[in-house]
Design a protein around this ligand. Structure first.
Ligand SMILES: C[S@@+](CC[C@H](N)C(=O)[O-])C[C@H]1O[C@@H](n2cnc3c(N)ncnc32)[C@H](O)[C@@H]1O
Length: 287
């Protein structure tokens, strides 16, 4: 797989001059165990609270990537759901997801949740979900407003995404080193807007309230994931890295990433496993 693909602005109209996670859906599909695990954990935890107010809900999943989490979501919907639409800014992911998981009720469409909402998506859904995507969203207000506008009256919104993560601290440390500073200069547009907030729940509450959402509940959950080996963490970094780093120095970058991981004492010396702490911001509210 070509390393120079990472972070390339592939859809000029949609990507509007900022960096994104790399667009290799197949690679992502093989490295996103953590997002699948967390989606299942949160769907289990919230299943008694989720209110599907109509018998045949129309549902959208924002930021569906390879589609594997959208497929998992389908199992938590009322059996007779009308349609489940996965959506993503990345057209390659949409193609992969339609090919791999699409069926007569599960479709994937391109959508920039921070862009202008197409008219046909207004009031088009009874439930909106989003997993591990809003950390990429710079304009949180616009994205949540689009969610609000996509929902029918009393529609439900469930969004979870990264706040703080050790992964950000590791990239941040490298972005301050003379060797990698210039290549990682866009660190601020890569990290979650809330990665260094003391009280992200408060800020999110404020945004959701100002848009008009009701029954707002925002939680910040402390999470941990053990990557079984250095190779597993390297695969993850390769799958999510949005920075353009030349192929010939990519192995060196990964080695330096591991060194910082060692310096931060995140590696268990006996087993070689890497313990990554992070926070998930979980938003549940209604139109
Ligand atoms: C980490 S993946 C999460 C995928 C999946 N929901 C999961 O939990 O595994 C984040 C996805 O968000 C998409 N994304 C980033 N910015 C977006 C935007 N503004 N609108 C729609 N999708 C976006 C990326 O293309 C990527 O596929």
């Amino acid at each position: 797989m070509a390393i120079e693909q990472y972070g390339r602005i592939t859809e000029e109209n949609m990507y509007s001059q900022r960096i994104h996670m790399n667009d290799d859906a197949e690679l992502y599909n093989s490295a996103n165990d953590v997002t699948r695990r967390d989606a299942i954990q949160l769907l289990e935890e919230y299943s008694s609270k989720l209110k599907f107010k109509v018998r045949n809900p129309r549902v959208i999943d924002v930021g569906s990537a390879d589609g594997s989490v959208t497929k998992i979501l389908s199992k938590y919907l009322p059996e007779k759901y009308k349609i489940l639409v996965g959506s993503d800014i990345n057209k390659k992911s949409i193609e992969f997801a339609n090919k791999t998981y699409g069926d007569n009720r599960l479709k994937f469409i391109p959508l920039n949740i921070e862009g202008n909402l197409p008219d046909n998506l207004r009031d088009a859904f009874d439930n909106t979900f989003s997993f591990y995507t809003f950390q990429w969203v710079r304009n949180q207000e616009k994205a949540f407003t689009n969610i609000y506008n996509m929902l029918s009256k009393n529609g439900e919104c469930f969004v979870m995404f990264l706040g703080y993560s050790h992964i950000y601290t590791l990239f941040y440390a490298l972005s301050k080193s003379p060797k990698w500073r210039s290549l990682l200069k866009d660190f601020d547009t890569f990290a979650s807007p809330f990665w260094n907030y003391r009280d992200p729940e408060k800020e999110l509450n404020k945004i959701l309230k100002s848009i008009g959402f009701n029954e707002i509940e925002v939680k910040c959950k402390q999470m941990v994931y053990d990557y079984k080996s250095l190779d597993a963490i390297k695969a993850l970094v390769t799958a999510i890295n949005p920075f353009v780093i030349p192929e010939d120095i990519w192995p060196e970058f990964l080695d330096d990433f591991v060194k910082v991981t060692q310096d931060m004492k995140l590696i268990d010396e006996q087993t070689g496993a890497v313990k990554i702490n992070y926070n998930l911001l979980v938003v549940h509210c209604f139109k």
